[in-house]
Design a protein around this ligand. Structure first.
Ligand code: NAP
Length: 276
């Protein structure tokens, strides 16, 4: 498994996502993918499946230090006391003393960003998170969060797939020494039927899913994929033994469109950056 290094963190390039997964599927798949070779699991308090992630991890018998575990604090818990209690509850459910990466799940103004970042730092200082970061932050918020943080921020987890140009956020992350993790890499399944992607996949004798995941990792980003299928999990992991050409990379980037964003919940989404 390759790693993405950023501000002191070494993050396994491919992570297994657990959003919208029932507890039984989560436990089964987390155990399975860890045995299969995945070394990075992504969950969140709001997914309601941290206990199942913990059970799956235990069942895999993979040593704790070998696995990179990410969870996120939900916006309703950004007040200091609630924040600390949320992290403790996540750790208890995950049956671990620490997570490798703790993220603010979405920007939120109910509590000042300064207070949110201070809580993240304090959790890290207490040894409960090895690295800290954000999710769904625009470039302005990323810069502000980085300025406020005593510890360097390691990551911004964002929606990223061929239909959404995220160059402004990727460039800002690079300036700040941060990494990007792509979620919804398959555009919630929409990429699979794309003619252009099917043509590129045929040339490489790969699936569209593999081409899209490869397109993201070849840009130096971390990528998440979720599936309830053992076969698809294996397919999604087989992306480190082929390379897309510069032409392929450019052709896929040109699939981006102004209405390509899928995840933009009212009351949570910040003012998104517009690519030039
Ligand atoms: N930070 C945030 O706000 C945020 C938001 C959303 C997601 N995330 C994280 O990102 C992870 C990834 O997102 P996602 O998986 O939901 O979106 P996705 O990558 O766009 O995947 C969408 C669907 O594609 C299917 N799929 C997976 N592998 C496939 C393959 N090889 N061929 C065909 N279809 C395939 C899966 O369905 P099946 O299960 O039926 O295979 C999955 O439900 C989440 O699990 C979560 O951890 C974070």
């Amino acid at each position: 498994m390759t790693l993405v290094n950023a501000n002191g963190a070494s993050i396994p390039t491919l992570g297994f996502g657990t959003f919208r997964m029932e507890a039984a599927d989560t436990e089964r798949m987390v155990s399975h993918v860890l045995k299969q070779g995945y070394r990075h699991i992504d969950t969140a308090k709001i997914y309601g499946n941290e206990a199942a992630v913990g059970q799956g991890f235990k069942a895999s018998a993979i040593p704790r230090p070998d696995v990179f575990l990410t969870t996120k604090v939900w916006v309703a818990n950004y007040g200091r006391d609630a924040f600390l209690a949320s992290v403790d509850e996540s750790l208890k459910k995950l049956e671990t003393d620490y997570v490798d990466l703790l993220l603010l799940h979405w920007p939120n103004t109910a509590v000042s960003l300064e207070e949110q970042i201070a809580a993240l730092n304090d959790v890290a200082k207490a040894g409960k998170a090895r690295h800290i970061g954000v999710s769904n932050f625009n470039t302005t918020l990323m810069k502000e969060a980085a300025r406020l943080s005593r510890m360097p921020l390691a990551n911004n987890q964002i929606e990223y797939h061929p239909y959404l140009d995220q160059q402004p956020v990727i460039a800002t992350a690079s300036e700040l020494g941060m990494s990007i993790t792509a979620y919804y890499a398959m555009a919630d399944g929409k990429v699979i039927a794309d003619r252009m992607l099917q043509e590129i996949a045929a040339v490489h004798k790969r699936s569209v899913a593999q081409v899209v995941l490869r397109w993201i990792v070849q840009q130096g980003c971390v990528v998440l994929s979720k599936t309830v299928s053992e076969t698809r999990a294996a397919e999604n992991a087989a992306i480190f033994d082929f390379e897309l050409s510069a032409d392929d990379m450019g052709t896929i980037a040109k699939l981006a469109r102004p209405d390509g964003r899928i995840v933009s919940p009212d009351g949570l989404a910040p003012e998104w950056d517009v690519a030039g």
